[in-house]
Design a protein around this ligand. Structure first.
Ligand SMILES: NC(=O)C1=CN([C@@H]2O[C@H](COP(=O)(O)OP(=O)(O)OC[C@H]3O[C@@H](n4cnc5c(N)ncnc54)[C@H](O)[C@@H]3O)[C@@H](O)[C@H]2O)C=CC1
Ligand SMILES: O=C(O)[C@H]1O[C@H](OP(=O)(O)OP(=O)(O)OC[C@H]2O[C@@H](n3ccc(=O)[nH]c3=O)[C@H](O)[C@@H]2O)[C@H](O)[C@@H](O)[C@@H]1O
Length: 439
């Protein structure tokens, strides 16, 4: 079975590498020649634990190839995965320009009948529209079979998720196509769920929207806990033990970010609206998240009155640990706001520090040294729960900050550890810690 993957972003690259690892011959295609040049030198273009070694291994086995030429990559392919971006348009809906172009690329170069698998997250109905688009452009006699096979990997644990996923969803129009895809995926040993194309497309949006809902729900509970003197970590633990609820995605914080939850929740609201369905619940989830991203600034203003002239050490830029991805990171909201309020900002991130100035135009200094960021600052703001930040002794704040005042958007330390260290500590959904001397 010869497989082509169009798009070598997060999903395309991980899909291509994983399919090669389980024994298939895969060619990954991207329009970006620089990306392809790096990949051909064995350099992974994304930061993802475990990806680099697996990629190199399969390049050496000659099972994994990269090209910027669609003609070369699609030559003789039996199955083509489309894994291009579906970013958000100004109105919140999904931009399908890239997936349409990728489909036209397949139609142009397909020499024989082909199965086209859409991995990208696309609104319900897109697979069938893409099929029609291809059929109207392929040479006569070539059959196109379509399959929706949404991706559920998380950045930072993409390789683990791909090999240990909970399910593989395959939405097709016919059993034969589903048989082929089930056979391709069999070595993963993950349960396969066969369904129709539209339901498969909806499973992806509904899953992301539900996870985002869990996060906004626990964040609302956290905000209420602060007012009522409860501790959200205790509440989440107590709730999560009920297996009907589950403990995952109940970590309160400064809101969800990343390339998918924000865009996919907006796209689902738009999709619903296009069909005269007002998705009020999801609108509230988004609203709660937007407010949550501002919360640390509100806490700082309450504490200091004004941030003018304050030196703030921002710990973490990435939208979550183990990735250098800043897409929709709360840092993109918080850093410009701090600068606007007159604060001097120094940002630390172990991996994403050099991305800072590419993403954020507000004045700020970026460093890969946590002590450089903290040294002499008036307070620290924790945006990403990187393991090294979580493992750090809270005494470090006492040693390095001008005053040991910490605003923690990720609840990295226990209340007792903060008390013991003698720091002034404001976290999410938990009691504030004010040392006696600061009172
Ligand atoms: N990033 C993630 O963690 C996840 C993403 N998804 C979905 O997967 C899709 C892809 O997301 P990412 O990998 O993050 O996208 P991305 O934006 O990082 O990468 C897309 C790649 O496709 C290439 N490309 C665009 N048009 C092309 C064409 N016609 N031919 C060849 N290459 C082309 C671009 O140059 C780029 O390298 C999106 O729909 C996203 O919602 C789903 C699950 C997880
Ligand atoms: O469609 C996608 O792109 C992917 O979106 C998410 O994956 P990802 O965005 O990589 O990261 P998550 O681990 O889900 O975290 C997303 C955001 O939610 C936040 N989060 C997560 C969990 C939690 O309990 N609390 C919380 O605030 C994280 O800090 C992060 O900002 C989903 O988890 C994947 O299943 C999905 O494939």
């Amino acid at each position: 079975m010869k497989i082509a993957v169009i798009g070598t972003g997060y999903v395309g690259l991980v899909t291509g590498v994983a399919l090669a690892e389980i024994g298939h011959t895969v060619t990954c295609i991207d329009v970006d020649p620089e990306k392809i040049a790096e990949l051909n030198q064995g350099i992974p273009t994304i930061y993802e634990p475990g990806l680099g070694e697996m990629m190199l291994r399969n390049q050496k086995r000659r099972r994994l190839h990269f090209t910027d030429q669609h003609r070369v990559g699609l030559d003789g392919a039996d199955v083509v995965y489309l894994a291009v971006g579906t970013p958000q348009l100004a109105d919140g809906s999904a931009n399908l320009r890239y997936i349409e172009q990728a489909a036209l690329d397949v139609a142009e170069y397909a020499q024989e009948s082909v199965i086209v698998v859409i991995k990208s997250t696309v609104p319900v109905g897109t697979n069938m529209r893409i099929k029609q688009l291809m059929l109207s452009h392929v040479r006569p006699g070539i059959a196109i079979r379509i399959a929706s096979n949404p991706e559920f990997l998380r950045e930072g644990s993409a390789i683990h998720d791909t090999f240990h996923g909970d399910r593989i969803i395959i939405g097709t129009e016919d059993h034969e196509t589903a048989d082929v895809l089930e056979e391709i995926n069999a070595p993963f040993g993950i349960p396969v769920v066969r369904t129709d194309v539209s339901s498969s497309e909806m499973i992806k949006y509904a899953s992301n929207a539900f996870l985002a809902t869990k996060i906004s729900f626990i964040n609302e509970i956290a905000n209420l806990c602060e007012k009522l003197g409860a501790d959200v970590e205790e509440v989440a633990k107590g709730m999560g033990l009920d297996h009907r609820i589950g403990s995952a995605f109940l970590k309160a914080g400064i809101g969800y970010g990343g390339s998918c939850f924000p865009k996919d929740t907006n796209a689902l609201v738009q999709l619903a609206g296009n069909h005269h369905h007002d998705f009020n619940l999801l609108k509230s989830v988004i609203e709660v998240n937007n407010h949550q991203q501002q919360l640390l600034i509100e806490k700082m203003l309450t504490r200091f009155g004004s941030l003018h002239g304050k030196k703030v050490a921002v710990l973490g830029l990435a939208f979550k640990p183990n990735t250098d991805d800043l897409r929709e990171s709360p840092a993109l909201v918080l850093i410009p706001k701090l600068a606007e309020l007159g604060a001097e900002v120094v940002c630390y991130d172990p991996i994403a520090a050099n991305q800072g100035s590419k993403w954020i135009s507000a004045p700020a200094v970026y460093t890969k040294s946590v002590s450089k960021a903290l040294n002499g600052a008036d307070c620290a703001m924790i945006v990403t729960d990187w393991p090294d930040i979580k493992r750090m002794d809270p005494q470090t704040f006492v040693r390095l900050l001008h005053e040991p005042i910490v605003f923690d958007g990720r609840n990295c330390y226990t209340i007792s550890a903060a008390r013991k260290a003698g720091i002034e500590y404001y976290s999410i959904g938990r009691p504030d810690v004010i040392p006696e001397v600061s009172k």
